[in-house]
Design a protein around this ligand. Structure first.
Ligand code: ATP
Ligand code: MG
Ligand code: MG
Ligand code: MG
Length: 567
């Protein structure tokens, strides 16, 4: 590609609202342009990178035996009503209606569509298992779209869905995807970790992993062992001492009996007994109601409440519903955080903004939480430490030697065992060998393809620009003749340009009539892996070779050696 013909405008300054390095560099290197909050155009260079990420994902999905299809983004609301998610999904679901007043949603994910499709297409055990995937634009009306491609409202996702006869089959399909994800992120040159994640009400033991690109700006916290390979999202993390914790269930402030809404539970022991859990050491657990809304605060037995990083360990976006100062005054205990649990914790669904709008978050009724919330997640099944406080330095729950260390991570992928959640609701059954109808056993697997760009840039840049890993670079080689007006230089550049292209190497030739300084600055910003500068030694057939990753190291080589340097 000749740079003079490329629609590429680099920016010297970062646009004011871009807070992270990746967001700034995506804009400055001319890879994307914003149309509206969380909605972007991929410019020619950005499009190339996105296609490369997409292609890596596609190849590894195909290798894993998954079949590609393409489903509609526009989905009838009835499907979502059938699965029960139309209400539950909340304001993140983009809703619209057609000219006849029929309601639709723009797909944030495709469980409903795929389950309905497979229900129609597959009815015998002979056709199972099958894993289907697509690479498609998704829509989520995120509350806080930000950081460029990291949290968009329109973004590219690879979503895959597996259908199996039984749970052993699901296990195989799941690990097949898990390993494919490892290959994908390795090929992308990413520094990542697969971590155990919180399955909420859906999954079983070990039923979900998130793939986290390690980066300071990551919105998730990961607890990882210093010794063994245990790593978990903090939402889910355990530690060797986490059996000391229990969760709050909305039984009232245990220190203020007159505030109790659940007359038969007045002590920690009764609470613990009511949960059907055992505990070794609980000194104090306060669970209370404020402003008509459940506010659960988990207290670690041996710690002051204000040491809790509740937001951290829930990993959820918080919705402020009560002023911590009020609660502090009310309980007489210093409070570091107040707010309902995140949208992704089904037990407290009633306390999401949507639930509150519907007026179902009431705390003034006798036994309200006990009757309504506890059964919502069958608290009898809850384990100690379901909402746990783990802190850095705690002993590892898996090995004897290690302790937990925290990292920040960007969720780039997610694999999830769904079981029969959707197949049962939407009637996706198959006939087994004896002619009995059985629900299909499902898994779902997502990758944020566009988010990969942000994550990779976040991990691969310096003060001057992006440092693309070879596999994702928009072009592999940047050819830069120093002087546009020097015929010898331009001639050699053109020869090299053709030669490299013949060898199947993607080359960007800076044939612009610009000062060398401008060309070099742009080249640093765009960040192609290899750079060949054709300057004053062109007459002798010598060029300068450098790699973007090691900007200080430049070698002058005869032009014949260029090919072997690049390969
Ligand atoms: P997050 O926790 O960041 O909101 P999620 O858990 O809601 O993500 P999933 O439903 O698991 O996302 O979707 C699969 C993948 O899609 C995620 O692992 C992530 O890489 C990507 N993704 C999700 N939301 C966005 C978004 N708003 N912009 C870009 N990528 C996204
Ligand atoms: Mg989300
Ligand atoms: Mg998530
Ligand atoms: Mg996820």
């Amino acid at each position: 590609m000749r740079q003079s013909k490329l629609l590429l405008n680099t920016l010297r300054e970062s646009p004011g609202d871009a807070e992270t390095a990746s967001h700034q560099l995506l804009l400055r290197a001319g890879l994307i342009r914003q149309l509206a909050a969380g909605i972007y155009t991929y410019m020619p260079l950005g499009r190339r990178v996105l296609r490369k990420a997409e292609q890596i994902v596609r190849e590894e999905m195909d290798r894993a035996g998954a079949l590609e299809l393409l489903m509609p983004a526009l989905q009838p609301a009835e499907l979502w009503q059938e699965s029960g998610r139309y209400e539950v999904y909340g304001p993140e679901l983009m809703r619209l209606s057609d000219r006849h007043g029929r309601e639709f949603a723009l797909g944030p994910t495709h469980e409903e569509v795929i389950t309905t499709l497979v229900k129609q297409e597959i009815n015998s055990y002979r056709k199972l298992p099958v894993t289907l995937y697509q690479i498609q634009t998704k829509y989520r009306d995120e509350r806080r779209p930000r950081f460029g491609l990291l949290r968009g409202r329109e973004f590219l996702m690879k979503d895959a869905y597996s259908f199996d006869k039984d749970f052993e089959g699901l296990d195989r399909s799941y690990w097949e995807m898990y390993h494919a994800y490892h290959r994908i992120f390795e090929r992308c040159g990413m520094n990542f970790r697969a971590v155990e994640a919180d399955a909420g009400a859906i999954g079983g033991e070990g039923g979900t992993h998130e793939f986290m690109a390690l980066a300071e700006i990551g919105e998730d916290t990961i607890a990882a062992c210093t010794c063994c390979d245990y790593a978990a999202n903090l939402e889910k993390a355990e530690s060797g001492s986490s059996s000391k914790f229990i969760i709050g269930t909305g039984t009232g402030n245990l220190e203020k009996p007159e505030k109790f809404h659940t007359p038969n539970i007045k002590t920690i022991d009764q609470l613990v007994a009511s949960l059907g859990v055992k505990t070794t050491e609980i000194l104090k657990t306060i669970v209370f109601v404020a402003d008509g809304t459940l506010v659960a605060v988990v207290i670690r037995g041996d710690q002051e409440i204000n040491e809790l990083k509740v937001k951290n360990f829930l990993g959820a976006e918080m919705i402020e519903i009560a002023d911590p100062a009020d609660v502090q005054a009310w309980t007489g205990v210093p409070v570091g955080f107040v707010g309902p649990h995140g949208l992704n914790l089904p037990i407290l669904l009633d306390h999401t903004a949507a639930g509150m709008e519907q007026g179902i978050a009431g705390a003034n009724e006798l036994d309200y939480h006990y009757r309504h919330l506890v059964p919502a997640r069958d608290m009898k099944q809850a384990k100690i430490g379901d909402f746990r406080t783990v802190k850095e330095g705690d002993p590892c729950p898996r090995c004897e030697e290690g302790t937990l260390k925290y990292y920040r991570g960007i969720e780039v992928g997610h694999v999830f065992k769904l079981g029969t959640k959707y197949s049962a609701k939407l009637g996706a059954t198959y006939l087994d060998a004896s002619g009995q109808a059985q629900s299909m056993i499902m898994g779902c697997y997502g990758i944020g393809v566009s988010r990969i760009l942000s994550a990779v840039i976040e991990q691969n840049h310096d003060d001057n620009g992006i440092i693309w890993p070879l596999a994702l670079a928009p072009y592999q080689v940047h050819l830069i003749p120093v002087s546009h007006n020097d015929e010898t230089q331009m001639q050699l550049a053109m020869n090299l340009y053709r030669l490299l292209q013949e060898k199947g190497i993607e080359v960007l030739l800076d044939d612009r009539d610009e000062r060398a300084g401008v060309k070099f600055k742009d080249a640093d910003l765009i960040g192609l892996p290899a750079r060949i500068v054709i300057g004053k030694d062109a007459g002798q057939g010598w060029v300068e070779f450098a790699e973007r990753r090691t900007p200080g190291i430049k070698t002058t080589i005869p032009v014949e050696e260029v090919l072997e340097r690049i390969r």
